[in-house]
Design a protein around this ligand. Structure first.
Ligand SMILES: O=c1[nH]c(=O)c2ncn([C@@H]3O[C@H](COP(=O)(O)OP(=O)(O)OP(=O)(O)O)[C@@H](O)[C@H]3O)c2[nH]1
Ligand SMILES: [Mg+2]
Length: 225
């Protein structure tokens, strides 16, 4: 088995994402640690084509591209919304569902309409039929090609119409289990939840899929003292 990837105090960690919403959340979660965090766009890195058919494959290709290009350890995030009544769609294609037909970028209002339209067609009109998960797969990659994975997920219900202006992407339609407000109605600390170091998989380690995956990463790789 390959040696574990070691992050030491003062190291640079490249956040291998071009999504400003993800970058803000990840930077915030890593703020208490003695790690110099740099985003992929800030470093002028190209956006790799996501050719994988799993979250793991796509997170690996993004992290490896950034680690090899910079010579630093890199952390990527491949994530998406998996809707039970749609057999797990949009899943790894969550970002693609937001791409505008004229190629001019992403429109999440259109993407949320599309999900709702599919749910209506599937007859999923009552809350019990509208469960979904946000999934996040973090990949830590070293320039020599080693990779490690940290998954996170959160269960929820899709509401309609969308509610709230906070967050990004599909946040206004996703209401996590046990909460009465959507991610779009929560401020960033609520969406993050009670993140702290501890055993991966503990229920109180963060709320969002990303916060839970980051908790597992923090527990394995970083220390505040
Ligand atoms: O409402 C949301 N709240 C979230 O917390 C969240 N996390 C991810 N997503 C969406 O899922 C897709 C990921 O695709 P993705 O992993 O390829 O990322 P991306 O292309 O946006 O950036 P990059 O990291 O690849 O550069 C994109 O459509 C994101 O908007 C979220 N939507
Ligand atoms: Mg992407």
């Amino acid at each position: 088995m390959a040696d574990p990837i070691v992050l030491s105090p003062g190291d640079t960690l490249v956040l291998a994402t071009h999504n400003p919403g993800k970058l803000a959340e990840m930077t915030d979660l890593l703020a208490p640690y003695d790690i110099a965090v740099k985003g992929a766009a800030e470093l002028g890195l190209p956006e790799p084509e996501e050719t994988g058919d799993t979250f793991e494959k796509n997170s690996a290709l993004k992290a490896l591209a950034a680690a090899k290009a910079t010579g630093h350890i890199a952390l990527s995030d491949d994530s998406g919304l998996c809707v039970s009544a749609l057999d797990g769609a949009p899943g790894v294609y969550t970002a693609d569902w937001a791409e505008k037909e004229d190629g001019s970028g992403r429109d999440f209002s259109m993407a949320m309409d599309k999900v709702e339209d599919r749910l209506q067609k599937a007859g999923a009109t009552s809350p019990v039929d509208r469960d979904a998960q946000f999934v996040c797969m973090l990949c830590l990659a070293a320039p020599d090609g080693r990779t490690e994975f940290f998954p996170g997920r959160v269960e929820g219900t899709l509401v309609w119409p969308p509610r709230g202006e906070n967050g990004f992407g599909y946040d206004p339609v996703f209401q996590p289990v046990g909460h009465e407000r959507t991610f779009g109605e929560m401020d960033k600390s609520e969406k993050k939840g009670n993140v702290r170091q501890g055993d991966a998989g503990r229920a109180d380690l963060g709320l969002s899929h990303r916060a839970r995956a980051l908790s597992a990463f923090l527990a394995a790789k970083l220390t505040t003292d």
